[in-house]
Design a binder for this molecule. Sequence first.
Ligand code: G
Ligand code: G
Ligand code: MN
Ligand code: NA
Length: 252
Amino acid sequence: VRLARDLEAAIPANELRLVFQPIADTISLKIVAYEALLRWRHPSLGDIPPDIFVPIAESSGLIGAIGSWVIDEALRAASAWDPKVSLAMNLSPIQFRSVGLAAEICDAALRWDVDFERLELEVTESATLMGFQRDNVLATLEKLRKLGAKVVMDDFGTGHSSLGNLKEFTFDKIKIDRSFVATMNSHASSSSIVRATIGLGKSLGLIIVAEGVETEEQLSVLRRWGCDQVQGFLIGKPMDRFDLVGNGMVLV
Ligand code: G
Ligand code: G
Ligand code: MN
Ligand code: NA
């Protein structure tokens, strides 16, 4: 209750910010996108991880306002990047309850003059599974896809029925959850899952991203298996938008 109340004040109090984590091409290691990740610095409790406060925002109804802030702020940042670099944003399933979500993303992209082709919308499997809003999710994602945005299945492998979702929804990209990547070199089952997911994604014509890549060894295995893109501490940590300048990505 207390955190929910504090979270309500967080936007006006400027306690929320976005950081941006690079996603690179597996072969060239050139940065192809940044994922916007939300951070909250609580005035007395310090940094609260999104795993804690995003669910609070979802259950308290604050995710609408916070999600709108994220969309605007992320597009503002992306407007200063090399236009070849895409912007990945996380969308909560709750945000799809608003019929205005597609229009909101469109407005922000137009306002900040960012091409729709540069937008990657990350949804988790649970988002696509919730029966009562399946149609909403589908309609909204299709609208945005028609305009050129890419739809990404986030945290692949951790949801309920990954394969059913892949069949029923049109995705452009799959992100293999970092829990599989982390144990790839120690658990044969993880490495089989990663390898099979890459093969499955390729046969469906999807771009495959591995998350949580921390070691050269993981990178070289992912390269060998044909994973398209990589994200993780080896490539780069989430950074403040001003620190992206050092990466040569910021134009203005
Ligand atoms: O940045 P970090 O790895 O701590 O993020 C943890 C989780 O919080 C991730 O699963 C991510 O999807 C989620 N998250 C981060 N930023 C946002 C955001 O802007 N909106 C939503 N809905 N979830 C986010
Ligand atoms: O959207 P998603 O839930 O996947 O968010 C990615 C989260 O994973 C972010 O919170 C980010 O800080 C975290 N993360 C990114 N790269 C790494 C990594 O290489 N190792 C670990 N342990 N966490 C990572
Ligand atoms: Mn994500
Ligand atoms: Na993820």
